[in-house]
Design a protein around this ligand. Sequence first.
Ligand SMILES: Cc1cc2nc3c(=O)[nH]c(=O)nc-3n(C[C@H](O)[C@H](O)[C@H](O)COP(=O)(O)OP(=O)(O)OC[C@H]3O[C@@H](n4cnc5c(N)ncnc54)[C@H](O)[C@@H]3O)c2cc1C
Length: 407
Amino acid sequence: MSDIRTYDVIVVGAGVIGCSIAYHLTRAGLKTALLDQEQVGAGASGANFGMVQSNDAELVHSIPMVLASYRRYETLEEELGMPFGFRRIGALRLLSTEAQWKTSEERAGILSAAGIPYEFVPPERIREIEPMVDTSTLFGGTYASYQGQLNPFLLMWAYLRRAIPLGLALHTFTKVTGFDIESGRIRGVHTNRGHFSAGAVVLATAAWTRPLGKMIGQDWNIHTFRASAMVSEPVYGLKLNTIIATADHIEMEVTGKGDAELTVLALSQTADGHFLIAQADRPGEETNPAISHAAPKTMAMMAGRFFPALRGARLLRTWTAATTYTDDGCPLLGPVRAIEGLILAASYRSAIVHSPLAGEVVMRMLTTGCDDLLDISAFSPDREMGKSAETIYTVKSSHSGAMEENS
Ligand SMILES: Cc1cc2nc3c(=O)[nH]c(=O)nc-3n(C[C@H](O)[C@H](O)[C@H](O)COP(=O)(O)OP(=O)(O)OC[C@H]3O[C@@H](n4cnc5c(N)ncnc54)[C@H](O)[C@@H]3O)c2cc1C
């Protein structure tokens, strides 16, 4: 039994990040196991819109990773031998105030300097790009023509379908319950299905990373919030040309003051006509996937306000998933100093765009002993974190239905 369960590397968490890491490690010739407490895509990766964008990503340190990942997407379907629905599609961000415009300028500077097209557009131009947007209350917007969209389920399975024939062992419904550490070095993990041995363990466990760390005396600075979304029936007469997001958000009370949904509109359309509508965020350090009664209402209000033609659309389904952020906006990527052989690849924002590079970076770390691809020192799990991220995951007020500026 111990022979069967002895690996070079164990990757915990079969989301877009863990699947990519498992693929890259297996392709590099390492005997790799991928474990998930449930099934592939059971976390936020099975709940997201598949937008290949950098809207939520920290850019000061992350831009080289974002750029390299965009490049990998050019050929990734071919490399994996399976289409996952990748298409370039522009993204519009709707700005209601001049203040929102000003806060976008820093990001615009970084993206443009890196060669990623990003332009400020007046309301008339927004109507040219997306004729059905109500621009009457808009100050303007930003337009990023370089964004993309894909099917996240197909992306995860494309990695796995390539890796499994190369030797990857996928263990679903296998929950890590403890770590096997000897003299400061990781030896494996304990699970509900017994012990797994390995010389290295990678945690790609996003919202579950902090509780796992607490089992071994680590308190990694990862916060959790629940993000909700919904999907409409196909609406054949309506065509969305881009992905739309707003800088405005609504706060709506769920159980009382201080407990609100913070809803930022994210709107996209699948190739077969369904509208994906998000995102109601509920602050709170929880992984409970229950949706609140307020979430569908706030998302519908936001969609109807900026895209009135959707007001009559019928909804098919809503869902919620635990999502993460850190105080400085950067992921935790790299070795854990106190435990030799333990690596973190957790709490990515805009995880889809980062997925190919996360795998490549961890593979290089474990095969060459260092990461010679990118400077990832700013992402060290052991770093001191100042509060520098632009996050909105605190409830500013609790007046129902009020439009707030997200700046
Ligand atoms: C509604 C919504 C829309 C979004 N849209 C986008 C988007 O368009 N583009 C984008 O880039 N991002 C988007 N995101 C964010 C994105 O989904 C996440 O950042 C991303 O999925 C995180 O991937 P991950 O692989 O790090 O973690 P996850 O997908 O959360 O995977 C972690 C995995 O670890 C497993 N696990 C946890 N604990 C254990 C344990 N003890 N033992 C074994 N397994 C364990 C879990 O079961 C889970 O499968 C969206 C999120 C939501 C909720």
